[in-house]
Structure formats: structure tokens, C-alpha cells
Design a binder for this molecule. Structure first.
Ligand code: ADP
Length: 499
């Protein structure tokens, strides 16, 4: 039903329509942008306008930073139990509103509804996990030292850094967002969040639930803005004197730019950037298992995930067997269709631009000698991209160096373990990698040798809130998830006490 909020009919009726809004959440209030500008949000499944939300400018964000700073003065002193309770309330709100939140994710992202629903469990778990850490506190040490004739003791405590600004992408509008915000709030920081222009309705609904959870005004602020405003907002975050930490997930190019700006102003930054994961399958691997894991790793969210398998490296001799099994599994399991249909496992890409990038990489690979093993049924201009498999990929092809971000499997081969490691590490990014072999020594050897922040050994599913999530080299700095996420949002203070 079309509503005052949505500009078009959708195949879903919201249980709680008050989760929908077009405004931004600043200092505990819902506001339009100061200059009343808006921008259009598109439904990727038909590329029609879904809603017009506030296009906040730097003036709006400055107010939010002030509100977050004021809120920090008291929020930092909230007891660990009280912070934990607020995060648990938020988690419960997310669980109670799973269906509506999932529908918004499907609407804005084109993610199949069943996948969207699953992603909400991860999001709620994230809030509960950090509620628990908020309650436990960040710990500290007592260090004996030799100053003052051995009469000094050094204590360390961890204190919240202050105002944290978060910039998030479109591909994971709940768990990807909460992986940043929940640890910051657990640590006692306050937050100003700029969500991706593609998924503002998800961010708005999440903020409504945050408000209902009882967080004091200004602790969490969320402002939507268009792509045109992004660079100015980013610059403000990196230079504003009251901002102590910037946390960003997105492309390496934007991360590098923000990193330079934060460096110039000596601000802390956490960056989760692009990947180019190798998925290595050795001769002695259980091929059925490897194919099953590849399917989960590659087609989740239509491959639009930074830890998706970008380069499938197969030991020479298994490629025929492996590709036959892969093609059969795709035919049996992958259903391209409307994200609202229950049996759809592959929805549309988030935008036409995603399909254009795949066509570019595919065209380049085919020209240099790769072979497409699946029928090329893609229709120009569509956001629906069919599951595709490309063999004969070599390291000179662009598809080996760039993120595909789509449901196209690119297969290369290797002779030896050394060559597999060398091929896997021949890129500047280092986010995730995957290894399949029944030889435990080789499994560990290769897992240790991969230049990546995360390795799936005999698995293609590595996302979990308990896991330190992040990369090395061009894939970023710092870790999200796990207890290490709290370190990002706290400073160590050493207190020397003379006895
Ligand atoms: P993607 O291609 O995955 O969207 P981007 O890095 O372009 O990756 O975008 C990720 C997030 O960064 C989005 O919220 C986007 O609006 C924001 N963004 C894009 N350019 C800039 C910039 N120059 N400064 C700050 N944020 C930016």
C-alpha cells in the first residue's frame, strides 16, 4: 500500500507503520533538514522512486555533533548495567520488529525477504553481545614498576573516546551499522551516523527503535543525506574539533581520503574497506562441501558483500569436477526473482551501476580468453543479474584485481600450494580468504600465509559478532565485532600511584 511516507505501492503491509519516517533523528527529535531539501530513494527491483527523505547538510550534522557532545558528558557516567540495559532494550525492539525491518531491507536493497529476515537475527545478536560487554566493562591492569624505589603502582583504565561519527554503506543496513554503533555506545561514546543514501528507511526505522529503547537524547543521532552531500559531511567529521573518532565502511578510495583527513587532524579512525577474497580449493578437498560453501559465500546478498569470494582458485585437475558440481548446485539452489517471493534466493542488484560493473569486468575477461559457462541472459538496463560462472580467468584480467560485487563466479587454476598462496596474495587488499583441503597441516599453513584479516578454513561463512572483523593493507584499519571493537572506541589511561 502506498502511504504518506512511501511514494509507491509495495507488496507488504507494515505491522508498525510508525517505524516509517522521512526525517532525521537529532538530539532525540525528528527533524527535516535545515533547508528542507530532500532526495529520492529508489526501489532496486523496479527502479521506481520509493520515498523522498531529508537531505541533511553539514549545518544539520554540526547540530548533531553538538548534541552528541552534550549527551556524552552525562552518558559516559551511566553505569555499565544501565548502558547494557539500553542496548538490550534496543535488541528486543529489533527482534519484535523483525518482519517490518526485513521488509524495509528488501525494499531498499532488493535482498530476498528470507535473507533479510535472517540478517535481523545477526543485528539483534550484535546489540545483545555488546550489551554484555558494556556490563562487563573494558577491564584494566595493575602494573608494578621500579620508580620511587618500587613504591609506585600503575593502574590502567579504558575511557570512552567521546563523539564517534559513523559512515556506513548500503549493503548491510542493520548488522553492518550496529557493528559500529553498538560497541561505541557500549564503551560510553555517543554517535552521529550518516547511513548510505540508498538505505535511509532502514536507518530511520532502526533509529526509531533506538529512541524507544530509552537512550537519552543526543546519545545516538542519525541524519540521512544524498550522495552529493557525502564528501562535505565526511570532511566535517574528519575536521570537527568535538569529533574524536570516525568509523567508516565503504570503498578503499573513500577510506583513503577520510584516513588522510583524519590523520591531518589526529583523529582515530576505523575503516572496513573493499576486499578481493580468494577461495582456494585443493585437490584433496571435499568438493561437495566446497561447492556448498561457495554457494553460500558467493550468492548471499547477490554477492554484494565485501567478504564474498571474488577469485575462486582451483587445483589443476579438479576444475571439471568442481564446475560440474557448481553448475548443478546453481541450477538446483539459486532462484533469481522478485525479492518478495519466498523461494527467491537471488534478488536484484542494489542499482543498475552494479550490473554495469559486472558487464565491464566480464567483457574484459572474455576478450582476454575467459569462457562463460552459463547462458548470458542478462538484459541491458536491468538490475536482475543471473547467476554466472566464468572459467579460464587469469591474473592479468581486471576481474582478478577488482571487486565483482555480484553473482558472477570467476575461476582460475593453480599447480602448487606455493602458487595458490602467491596468486591469493597478489592483490593490495586483504580482507578475507577461504581454504578447502582435508589436510589439516596444509589448512593451517595456507590460512597463516594468506594476507587477510579473516580466513574461512573449510567454511565460506565467517560472519559472526564474536569474530574480530576487519582487514589488512588496502582493506582497512581496526576491527569490528568481538571484544576488540571496544578497544577502537576507548583510550587507555595510565594512573601512577605512589604508595
Ligand atoms: P560504495 O561504493 O560501497 O557505496 P562508498 O565508499 O562510495 O562505497 O560509500 C560508502 C559510504 O560512504 C556511503 O555512506 C557514502 O555516502 C559515503 N561516502 C561516499 N563518498 C564519501 C566521501 N567523499 N566522504 C564521506 N563519505 C562518503
Amino acid at each position: 500500500m502506498a502511504s504518506l511516507i512511501l511514494s509507491k505501492e509495495i507488496p507488504y503491509t507494515f505491522r508498525d507503520a510508525s517505524l516509517l519516517d522521512l526525517k532525521s533523528f537529532v538530539g532525540g527529535e525528528w527533524r527535516s533538514s535545515a533547508d528542507d531539501k530532500t532526495f529520492a530513494v529508489e526501489d532496486p527491483s523496479d527502479q521506481k522512486v520509493l520515498a523522498y527523505v531529508s537531505d541533511c547538510s553539514t549545518a544539520d550534522y554540526e547540530q548533531a555533533i553538538d548534541a552528541a557532545h552534550t549527551a556524552f558528558m552525562s552518558y559516559r557516567r551511566l553505569t555499565p548495567l544501565a548502558r547494557g540495559k539500553l542496548l538490550r532494550n534496543w535488541a528486543q525492539g529489533v527482534r519484535d520488529s523483525t518482519q517490518d525491518l526485513a521488509a524495509l531491507c528488501t525494499l531498499e536493497l532488493g535482498k530476498p525477504l528470507t535473507e533479510s529476515i535472517k540478517s535481523l537475527t545477526y543485528a539483534a545478536n550484535c546489540l545483545d553481545w555488546f550489551a554484555n560487554l558494556a556490563e562487563q566493562g573494558c577491564g584494566g591492569e595493575t602494573i608494578p614498576n621500579s620508580g620511587n624505589g618500587g613504591q609506585n603502582r600503575i593502574w590502567t583504565i579504558r575511557q570512552p573516546v567521546g563523539v564517534v561519527c559513523a559512515i556506513t554503506p548500503w549493503n548491510s543496513p542493520y548488522s553492518g551499522v550496529l557493528k559500529k554503533i553498538a560497541p561505541a555506545l557500549a564503551a560510553g561514546c555517543t554517535v552521529v551516523h550518516k547511513p548510505a543514501p540508498e538505505t535511509p528507511l532502514c536507518a530511520i526505522a532502526l533509529s526509531k527503535l533506538c529512541q524507544r529503547a530509552g537512550f537519552p537524547p543526543g546519545v545516538y543521532n542519525m541524519l540521512t543525506s544524498s550522495s552529493d552531500s557525502a564528501a562535505a559531511v565526511g570532511s566535517l567529521f574528519c575536521s570537527h574539533p568535538l569529533v574524536r573518532h570516525v568509523t567508516f565502511t565503504g570503498s578503499t578510495a573513500v577510506g583513503r581520503y577520510l584516513g588522510e583527513r583524519c590523520g591531518a587532524n589526529l583523529k582515530k579512525i576505523t575503516m572496513e574497506l573493499g576486499g578481493n577474497a580468494a577461495f582456494i580449493v585443493f585437490k584433496d578437498a571435499d568438493l561437495n562441501r566446497a561447492v556448498k560453501e561457495l554457494l553460500a559465500c558467493k550468492f548471499n546478498s547477490a554477492g554484494q558483500v565485501c567478504i564474498s569470494a571474488n577469485r575462486v582458485l582451483l587445483a589443476k585437475g579438479i576444475e571439471k569436477d568442481f564446475t560440474e558440481k557448481l553448475l548443478a548446485a546453481i541450477t538446483e539452489k539459486v532462484r533469481l526473482g522478485s525479492p518478495w517471493e519466498e523461494d527467491t534466493t537471488l534478488g536484484p542488484l542494489y542499482a543498475k551501476a552494479g550490473a554495469s560493473k559486472i558487464r565491464l569486468l566480464l567483457g574484459d575477461a572474455l576478450e582476454i580468453g575467459a569462457t562463460l559457462l552459463t547462458p548470458d541472459t542478462y538484459q541491458e538496463g536491468s538490475t536482475y543479474y543471473p547467476p554466472s560462472v566464468l572459467s579460464g580467468v587469469t591474473s592479468t584480467m581486471r576481474i582478478s584485481r577488482e571487486e565483482i560485487f555480484g553473482p558472477l563466479v570467476a575461476i582460475s587454476t593453480f599447480d602448487t600450494e606455493e602458487e595458490a598462496i602467491c596468486l591469493a596474495n597478489a592483490v593490495k587488499t586483504g580482507l578475507a580468504g577461504y581454504v578447502f583441503t582435508e589436510n589439516v597441516s596444509r589448512l593451517l599453513r595456507v590460512a597463516e600465509a594468506l594476507q587477510a584479516g579473516m580466513v574461512g578454513a573449510q567454511t565460506g561463512s565467517i560472519s559472526a559478532i564474536e569474530q574480530p572483523f576487519g582487514g589488512v593493507m588496502d582493506s582497512g584499519l581496526g576491527r569490528e565485532g568481538s571484544i576488540h571493537a571496544l578497544e577502537e572506541y576507548t583510550d587507555i589511561k595510565a594512573i601512577t600511584l605512589a604508595l
